[in-house]
Ligand binder design. Sequence first.
Ligand SMILES: [Zn+2]
Length: 424
Amino acid sequence: MKVQISSLSPEKTRMLVLSEEQVRSFRHYGVCPTCCTAQDPVCLTRLGWFDWKSKLEVVQCQNCDSIYYANPPDSEQIDKYYQEHWNKAGGKNIESDAHVGTAINRKMQRLLDNFCLAKDSTRILDVGCGLGGMLAGLSESGYSNFYGLEQSHHRFAAAAKRYPGRIFDCGYRDLNDEYLFDVIYCNHVLEHIYKPSDYFEWLDDRLTHNGVAIVCVPNVQWEQLVNQILYIPHLHSFSAKSLKKAGERVGFTSVFWLDSDRKDDLCAIFFKNSDTYRCFEHINLNSTAFADLDDFPDISLSSQKDRFKNIWARRLGEEHSKTLINWPSANNIQLVDNDVQRWDSYTVWRSQWRAIFCLLLFRKRFAFRVWPQLNRGEGLINRLLSTPKRHVTDYNHLVFTTLGNTEDGIPEITYRKKAPILMK
Ligand SMILES: [Zn+2]
């Protein structure tokens, strides 16, 4: 399927577009960046103009099921994103950003409380601690031996102001080799790292003998497809299987925490020493807050391929349309198995109908106010008035127009003859 992206509201869409030359210069991973398996990954989507010889590829590992850019944008492009967008506030409004005591701040404390750790002596490290919110949660609940690590300078400054001497101003690899920790956690950081496998090796080095690592990432089962394909900072999408395999490679045993406030949160706990794991099992024998891999109905390799293909092939009135717009409303994670992602697919009214509509209403301001409501959904009026091949996500006001089939059936996406990358 050939798909062209355009933007309904360019002012609301931040996009970085890459030329063929740039894409050609990006290096391919030699092995899977998560599990280090050497076999060829399966291509799910390509980004770039259809005639290009080199395109940005979104692929899936056949061993661990992780999804990633086979040839991710180089660090120059990634840095550009972080400098221009991620750090856009540049340290302004930092005080108002640094809320303490919210649910998200208490997440790690709630998780760690299951482990019955000594609150005064257990050495804890938060990798990518941001403004220090989660450390504040730990502190409030009595943990006192905690540290943070933050690469962004203004976030570091804010966290260090709150916890002087406890925050390291560096990336994880630059941390002094002498430091060891009993618990190392990172909350929604791993998907931003070029090589997750390197991070696991580093964890193995930095954890004490009975050390525990906690890794929380967006769950691929709940992550928007648009995010997986186009959102540049998320270089990887993981399932429970991906994380388990990544941990196994360095000898870790893993379980998953099911009690996060966010349903789209995948939280894995890794034990460096299997004795610690056994002890932990005993503590939580009756707990429903933890599960092993068997409790996660991972999206299989084949269903991912179909999902990527079908999402673009969707037409109004076609049989499979229902399976693609489903956002599981129930909290039962099993439901995700058959219906995958939120894909609010609106129809776009033909421009002449829009003009007539505005004329009829006479009052332009009113027309614009009700316009978004009328544009939503797939009611009878929409079906009569819309162009069936165009679909709009509620995500950054993007329009996806399908143009035809590619030779091998793998979806290809372009934006003005460039490779599109979203910046949110
Ligand atoms: Zn892999």
